[in-house]
Design a protein around this ligand. Sequence first.
Ligand SMILES: *[C@@H]1O[C@H](CO)[C@@H](O)[C@H](O)[C@H]1NC(C)=O
Ligand SMILES: *[C@@H]1O[C@H](CO)[C@@H](O)[C@H](O)[C@H]1NC(C)=O
Ligand SMILES: *[C@@H]1O[C@H](CO)[C@@H](O)[C@H](O)[C@H]1NC(C)=O
Ligand SMILES: *[C@@H]1O[C@H](CO)[C@@H](O)[C@H](O)[C@H]1NC(C)=O
Ligand SMILES: *[C@@H]1O[C@H](CO)[C@@H](O)[C@H](O)[C@H]1NC(C)=O
Ligand SMILES: *[C@@H]1O[C@H](CO)[C@@H](O)[C@H](O)[C@H]1NC(C)=O
Ligand SMILES: *[C@@H]1O[C@H](CO)[C@@H](O)[C@H](O)[C@H]1NC(C)=O
Ligand SMILES: *[C@@H]1O[C@H](CO)[C@@H](O)[C@H](O)[C@H]1NC(C)=O
Length: 905
Amino acid sequence: MSAVKVMLWMFVLFCLIFIAKAQVTIKDDSNNSAKQIELQSMRVDCKVASRFAHTVMTTRALNTAKASQEVFFEVDLPKTAFITNFSIEIENRIYVSEVKEKEQARQKYESAVISGQTAGLVKASGRHMEKFSVSVNIAAQSSVTFTLTYEELLQRRLGSYEIMIGVRPKQLVQNFEIVVDIYEPKGIAFVDVNGTFITNELLPLVKKTVTDKKAHVYFSPTLDQQKKCLNCEATLIDGDLFIKYDVNHAQDIGEIQIVNGYFVHFFAPEGLPQMPKNVVFVIDRSGSMMGEKMKQTQEALTTILSELHEDDYFGLVTFDDVIESWRPSLSKATPENVTEAKEYVQTINARSMTDINKGILYAVDMLTSEKSASFPNMSMIILLTDGQPSSGEQDLSKIQENVRNAINGSMSLFCLGFGYDLDYILLDTLAKQNDGLARRVYEASDAALQLQGFYEEVATPLLIEVNLNYPDNAVTDVTQSHFRHFFKGSEIVVAGRLQELEINTFPTEVSANGLEDQFVMQGVAIAEEWDSVFPEQEYIFGDFIERLWAYLTIQQLLDKREKCSPEDKENTTAEALSLSLRYNFVTPLTSMVVTKPQTDDEETLVADKLTEEQREDIPQAGMRAPSQLTGTSQRLRQYSQVPLFGGTASQRRLTPSSLVDGDPHFIIELPDQNNALCFNIDDKPGTIFNLVRDPLTGIMVNGQIIGDKKIIPGSKLHTYFGRFGIVDEKLGIRLMVSTQEIWVSEGGKQTKLSWTNKRTIKGLNMDLQVIKDQSLTVTLKNSVKFLIILHKIWRKHPYHQDYLGFYTLDSHQLSQDVHGLLGQFYHGINFEVSDLFPGKDADKQDAVMFVKRNKLTVTRGWKRDFRQDVKNGDDVPCWFIHNNGTGLIDGVHTDYIVSGLFKTI
Ligand SMILES: *[C@@H]1O[C@H](CO)[C@@H](O)[C@H](O)[C@H]1NC(C)=O
Ligand SMILES: *[C@@H]1O[C@H](CO)[C@@H](O)[C@H](O)[C@H]1NC(C)=O
Ligand SMILES: *[C@@H]1O[C@H](CO)[C@@H](O)[C@H](O)[C@H]1NC(C)=O
Ligand SMILES: *[C@@H]1O[C@H](CO)[C@@H](O)[C@H](O)[C@H]1NC(C)=O
Ligand SMILES: *[C@@H]1O[C@H](CO)[C@@H](O)[C@H](O)[C@H]1NC(C)=O
Ligand SMILES: *[C@@H]1O[C@H](CO)[C@@H](O)[C@H](O)[C@H]1NC(C)=O
Ligand SMILES: *[C@@H]1O[C@H](CO)[C@@H](O)[C@H](O)[C@H]1NC(C)=O
Ligand SMILES: *[C@@H]1O[C@H](CO)[C@@H](O)[C@H](O)[C@H]1NC(C)=O
């Protein structure tokens, strides 16, 4: 039975492309019930009026089984779209969702949100989509209808708009229908329909009619036509349908439409000559780019260089912790220079750390010194990186400031983030603050094509400094009307509100710089034409220009929040929120509250939009196993099932995991035996213990104890680990990890990382991953993987302070000689437990343990393992060894005391 679910939606403006895609899946839990849930109908109804797309997906399913069962509804929709409505209809009762302020929804339905069932409800899906799923329990012989509505503005990219509709019903549908109606007053230039699942048999079923201003696409295969084979139930309908189209553009001021007191202006003149550009490619050659990524980058650059226009000037800068430039200044893109540049590209090698700051500043210098003062050349930097700053300036706000100051509005910065181990937010902010945009390049076989595709979008500047002017006395609330550049194949869109509903006409002017100096165009917007432009009401879904205006305004306000001052931010947020609520858009500031029926009650779901950071976490999600936390009763059962004899550990099979966390609680987990040992070490704050030492591989870990700020009255002084020193002698690596900061020194070079930034560094010998204020994962080449967890304590806590936990994730490559408080257990331990008897503590049981030729009295207890759940931890049942681990550890605990974090004695 599904309980509370929450969906998250996230909207991002940076894309030049808006893809519409939707997918409906009805599936059910049991395998053979495909026949028991009958898909009666599935309809995708997409209406586009002047690029504004309004899509309604309706699915009706019937439970033909004799018992109730769960019916799932899954939809993929573009991450750039806003959901505007969702409803569930069961037995003539409709449950309609509501859009509320995020915080309000959160407070009201706190229990729903914190019950932990939010995970997985809305997920990133592929490169451009988000998947929304919900399920409802349906009584026998009952039916359910799900209806989801979302809206978006299709953006022109490389000369066309694209609608993408994903359909994956997973079973045959009695009435299947995709209906797309496009209405474009300027006239439709072409419409192409294609789909990943459209076979030669299905192709004739795609009906397309295009008449001047209207296009109609209809696809409705019958049950038989959906079948993969004559006598089977498998469906051919499984994939994405693409509809690409363009409208007629002329060399004019574009289209201005006025409807119900709002106007929109589309500007994309044809036939302009292209402007020469100055472009510097700034390429990351840090260690992590090594291999496939560098090969793909070289391939893409080679193609891109060939496509440079002969009047263009270009430069190539590569950076790791040092900057290298192909040539000190820009070169004209003559065939000879391009050939030489291509040769240089082949010699780029991936090497060391990442100094993004210096890389960009170097390129800015190159472009600045080159620029002719009299005429603004189109200058741009295209940065490609796969990492986060790990050398030179690393303070993110400092980098932003440096770059902003250096560029000072004189050029555009485009940022391409390669893969997922990077700070995409930084790239996005850098780009937005400097008139550019950021894009992800996904690590895949088509990475080189993605890079080229992006370059193509910005390859041909036609105009710069484009200003669209409307008279103040006629219009108000106008969206962004100044654009730094206009590229071939794209489109500029401005929307606004009329001062008075009666205004039927107003003059418009567009000025810009093109190849031939100043470019000025004038026109007049006239409302009267409208009725004749939209003669057939069926194509209009009400107030679409008003909604288009709201959509565009919200997007721009959300972007503005990233670059404006803190005072402005408050107003900007308030404005975006009020518009989101007024137009029922699920944006990053709002949540959708969905009510659904449960067996004898109703249940509430809260749906948010995914943030870019949440999207980034997706590929790593697989690492996080579901929490093992179990209820008390189950825990007791588990306890009683623990065999009295601990069994012996084979050195080959056993991969025990050793850790220390909390009030130094050492836990030796023996998964092989489904058992664990634990002990505490109490000593004075300041004491440093050796945890791991392997003389053969040169790996060493020491940890220093810290105490509470103050002793809790009536209690003993609690101590924790507060600092760790990690050494890899062979690789020349040292790490110092404290609750404040992380110092890395490699080959004599020092770098400081902060806990407050999410960070991934992939080096040749070492990978580091910082999850903001949570954890650090250290992977040393050919040896070990450690996890350090930061426990943040409320700053004003009267007694406690921040502390650290240390977990060994992989130690199998260490030698047999490895030792230390944790290291001695890396190869397992033999022990036996017998004679369970009531302990001193009435709640706990004691037992006798034979270990290392000692006979000890141990106590059954639980300790916390925070690997899966950093906040609450998971309880691990273990045999507790008293007296600072005496008898279990070799020698006594004081034998492990060392004099410094990097000292062996
Ligand atoms: C479900 O499928 C699995 C494997 O396909 C099969 O072993 C199992 O018996 C099926 N269960 C039912 C209830 O049909
Ligand atoms: C949402 O959908 C329901 C049912 O289809 C409809 O009654 C309601 O008016 C819609 N709400 C909005 C804001 O469009
Ligand atoms: C349609 O898509 C298929 C597969 O994606 C592709 O091979 C084919 O060239 C496309 N056809 C057109 C006309 O674009
Ligand atoms: C290469 O570029 C430089 C600088 O723009 C230019 O002076 C030179 O003529 C070009 N060389 C060739 C071979 O085209
Ligand atoms: C553009 O920049 C190049 C190189 O900096 C310069 O030679 C050229 O004159 C500029 N173009 C214009 C139109 O100013
Ligand atoms: C930045 O640009 C502004 C106006 O364009 C100018 O007044 C200012 O001097 C510039 N600052 C620097 C550091 O070049
Ligand atoms: C913020 O909004 C308030 C009230 O609407 C207004 O008085 C104030 O001037 C605005 N502040 C800024 C910085 O725009
Ligand atoms: C553990 O060792 C510390 C310091 O050596 C000592 O003060 C303490 O009494 C010991 N604790 C137990 C329970 O033996």
